[in-house]
Design a protein around this ligand. Structure first.
Ligand code: FEO
Length: 398
């Protein structure tokens, strides 16, 4: 009857998934919906860890009432003040008027900004603690993972790391809330990367810093605000995060992204993929930037070590969809990649020059030679250049 699971001694997960949501943050397609996690600790004091998105508040309030089983709520820890975790604050304060909100100074300020509420809050900072009885929380500042007010916390009696947005994923969840209850690598790893790259990807340095601070604690369980709980094989997700946060590719291979108007740039991209396959490069991917959502393209750029951008020239610029994709990569601080560039144009191909201008703003991007220029379609000369680019890419991913 209630969407609740026990996840530790006196610790409960309250689950709410939204399968009707089309766009998370009104930006990122979520064909499989979105999950929102909350946790309740029942001890001498009762404590709710974070709130919930508007869309699923009713279910959340029912679950909370069920878990509290007649007790009141003493504390609500606000790890993150983004409304997907905080929309229920006004309703919670109405129902539990004595509830003390615990959060960073910035979080408390944001409660007023969002809800025009001056709450009687306990403000906490790095290393502050909250004593609930047997359970004790230590707070860890995690600015910009993903907003400036973010705190994470560590519960010492069970080694639980409440990780806020970190370690989340796109996608609604079933009752199998633990990563070891699903085939995470097969079914969830891509959506976890797409979530990380797009939501937190810009803040790799801050994510790396908080991972370093967290490593000082003996973490046995990771409880994020979205996606699965980790109680086994923690290194699987920790290693993945260490890679993503340091802009280290997961896969040593080539992803080719093309923006094509009449199919000739697409043809060059496909032919390049064949040439790479013939040179022994495995797992080459080809994406049409007009067709594939930019959040998926960004995710694949985080995954692959070598990226090829093949673009038609349009209004003397990079083809629109490719331009959006490239600026998104720049905005997300993508770095440390090997790059191939292909341009096309029927009278004045300039896309390659413009692509190079964007790449120049990104860190440690190695642009391979030759860069291939097509006049409308491949010809003998440009095909020969494509062969040379294939040689250079194959050598780079060996
Ligand atoms: Fe899930 Fe940054 O909010």
């Amino acid at each position: 009857m209630f969407n609740v699971r026990n996840v530790g001694e006196g610790i409960y997960w309250l689950g709410s998934s939204d399968r009707r949501l089309e766009l998370f943050e009104n930006a990122y397609p979520v064909p499989d919906g979105m999950s929102y996690n909350n946790y309740v600790i029942l001890d001498d004091k009762t404590c709710l860890m974070d709130g919930i998105d508007d869309a699923v508040t009713r279910q959340f309030m029912e679950n909370l009432d069920h878990v509290l089983n007649g007790r009141t709520l003493d504390y609500m820890v606000v790890h993150h003040m983004e409304p997907d975790h905080c929309s229920a604050i006004p309703e919670l304060l109405q129902k539990y008027p004595d509830m003390k909100i615990v959060g960073s100074q910035k979080a408390v300020q944001m409660i007023d900004q969002f809800y025009h509420l001056k709450v009687d809050a306990i403000t906490v900072k790095e290393k502050d603690t909250l004593d609930l009885g047997k359970h004790k929380l230590t707070f860890i500042a995690a600015p910009m993972v993903h907003w400036p007010e973010v705190m994470m916390s560590y519960e010492s009696s069970e080694g639980i790391f409440f990780s806020a947005d970190a370690f989340g994923a796109f996608g609604a969840m079933s009752g199998n809330i633990f990563a070891d209850e699903v085939d995470w690598e097969r079914d969830w790893a891509d959506e976890a990367r797409r979530y990380y790259a797009n939501i937190v990807g810009k803040y790799g340095a801050q994510t790396t810093a908080v991972l370093k601070k967290a490593s000082a604690f003996e973490i046995k369980n990771i409880l994020p605000l979205h996606g699965h709980i980790w109680r086994k094989d923690l290194n699987l997700i920790l290693d993945r995060y260490a890679k993503w946060a340091s802009y280290t590719p997961e896969k040593n291979s080539v992803a080719i992204f093309y923006g094509s108007v009449y199919g000739n740039t697409a043809n060059a991209a496909d032919i390049l993929s064949v040439k790479l396959a013939e040179r022994g490069v495995r797992d080459v991917k080809v994406y049409d930037v007009s067709k594939t959502t930019v959040s998926e393209l960004v995710s694949r750029a985080f995954e692959y070590s070598a990226l090829v951008f093949a673009s038609a020239t349009y209004n003397a610029e990079i083809f629109d969809h490719m331009h959006t994709f490239l600026t998104d990569l720049e905005n997300h601080n993508l770095s440390n990649r090997t790059v191939g560039v292909i341009e096309n144009g029927s009278w004045a191909p300039t896309a390659g020059k413009k692509i190079n201008e964007i790449l120049a703003n990104m860190k440690n991007m190695t642009v391979l030679e030759p860069q291939v220029s097509l006049l409308s379609s491949l010809n003998e000369a440009s095909l020969a250049k494509l062969d040379e680019l294939a040689d250079a890419l194959a050598a780079a991913v060996k």
